[in-house]
Design a protein around this ligand. Structure first.
Ligand code: PMP
Length: 444
């Protein structure tokens, strides 16, 4: 088998062997984009180029790459205690991390259930919601409500409640879920930060679902405070507050998926704090461990946990969990990550940089093909007009060209998403915007 040297020495058999997730495998393997190392704000590619990370890997490396503190914590933990059984036995670091996370979380979201990813966090939260109502003697409350364009990972609960139909289409019957409309509205185009219009009216569409299904049958509503994967779709002002009020009035649990918004992306630890709305369950992953080791966590309000604490004491109150729940190595990585966020005041840095980021992105407003620009904290989206009949193609071409020019971004449909690590410098924000501007001016 011939060596393909500029492919990091990979043979074509090796390229074929790895079935890549959420990737056009044939397209990728014809011209692989491979990273071989990373430090700070930059990746190094297999062909020896430095690429500015404008996307925190995949919304996760919030403190930048190659953090020695995390590497040391992981290495020490592996030697001290590489694994402990997750069921019926434990290890102290899991409890210490849970308490530390509870102290960061808003309100009484003080009970933390660990898993390994955002997808697992989503399905865990949905199962807790249903089991909660059983524990409260209301077993008929099982229905779930999601939102169009929502993303809650790829497990069956997540794709059912999620509203990106392409992720559900090929997998047979999903759960029977009602979906709120998304909040991407023409009257809010080019908003800076939270859009002004139609927040309460959009949230009140939940009342249609309550009317249809009956609140007595609905367990929970799950939304991202802002939809990340679908291209930074922000909640108009008042939207989340109104959702909370309707859920309260009808005894429906509100679940926030903060896999992207958690751990500083908005400038607060959690979007729940930033937008001042307290959910009943809150899911996280990604930035919790800086993406260095897989980890997810579901936060539950004390009353939810308490509802489970009944029955014989030796029987698990929740028949759910993963071999790697609260894995010692992931807990060590998370502890070191939280130290970095704290010591370097990185969430405050997001707040400081957000206006610079907003200015840079909205500076692209008059560039060719731009249909909308959205931003909050260090998350931004530039939505392009699709080229005739080729939805998603132009955004893909722009992102691939940016990669060639040394900037990592992400495309999702017709939208280019930007979400840099919080250690980014102002000049690097400007570099991202300038690169996009140059490309858009020559793009077909
Ligand atoms: N929820 C949200 C809001 C996400 O953005 C993601 C990942 N992009 C997930 C869940 C799924 O996380 P994972 O890929 O770790 O399963």
């Amino acid at each position: 088998m011939a060596e393909i040297d500029h492919f990091a020495g990979l043979t074509s058999a090796e390229l074929d062997a790895h079935w890549m997730p959420f990737t056009g495998n044939r397209h990728f393997k014809a011209e692989p984009r491979l990273f071989v190392s990373a430090e700070g704000m930059h990746y190094t590619t297999a062909d020896g180029r430095s690429v500015l990370d404008g996307f925190s890997g995949l919304w996760c490396s919030n403190a930048g790459h190659g953090r020695k503190e995390i590497a040391d914590a992981v290495a020490q933990q592996l030697v001290r205690l590489d694994y402990a059984p997750a069921f019926q036995f434990g290890h102290p670091l899991a409890f210490k991390l849970a308490k530390r996370l509870a102290d960061m979380a808003p309100g009484d979201l003080n009970r933390v259930f660990f898993c390994n990813s955002g997808s697992e966090a989503a399905d865990t939260a949905l199962k807790i919601a249903r089991a909660y109502w059983r524990a409260k003697g209301r077993p008929e409350k099982t229905r779930l409500v999601g939102r169009a364009q929502g993303y809650h990972g790829v497990n069956f609960g997540g794709i059912s409640v999620g509203g990106m139909v392409g992720n559900r289409r090929n997998f047979g019957p999903a759960l029977d879920v009602d979906h709120l409309p998304h909040t991407l509205l023409p009257e809010n185009r080019f908003s800076r930060g939270l859009p002004e219009h139609s927040g309460e009216a959009m949230a009140e569409r939940l009342l249609d679902i309550v009317n249809l299904q009956g609140a007595e049958n609905i367990a929970a509503v799950m939304v991202e405070p802002f939809a990340g994967s679908a291209g930074v779709i922000l909640p108009p002002k008042g939207y989340l507050q109104r959702l909370r009020e309707i859920c309260d009035r009808h005894d429906i649990l509100l679940i926030f998926d903060e896999v992207i918004t958690g751990f500083g992306r908005t400038g607060s630890a959690f979007a729940a704090q930033e937008f001042d709305v307290l959910p009943d369950l809150l899911t996280t992953a990604k930035g919790i461990s800086n993406g260095a080791v897989p980890l997810g966590a579901v936060f539950a309000r004390e009353g939810i946990y308490d509802a489970f604490m009944q029955g014989p004491e030796h029987i698990p109150e929740l028949a759910h969990g993963y071999t790697y729940s609260a894995h010692p190595v992931a807990c060590a990585a998370a502890m070191a990550t939280l130290d970095i966020y704290e010591n370097e005041k990185l969430f405050e840095r997001v707040k400081t940089l957000a206006p610079v980021f907003e200015e840079a992105l909205h500076g692209l407003r008059d560039a060719p093909h731009v249909a909308d620009i959205r931003n909050y904290g260090l998350a931004g989206a530039i939505q392009l007009q699709p080229r005739d009949g080729e939805s998603g193609r132009r955004a893909m071409e722009v992102v691939l060209e940016a990669y060639r020019r040394g900037v990592l971004l992400r495309w999702t449909g017709d939208t280019i998403a930007v979400a840099p690590p919080f250690i980014i410098e102002q000049a690097q924000i400007e570099q991202i915007a300038q690169t996009l501007k140059d490309i858009l001016h020559t793009a077909e």
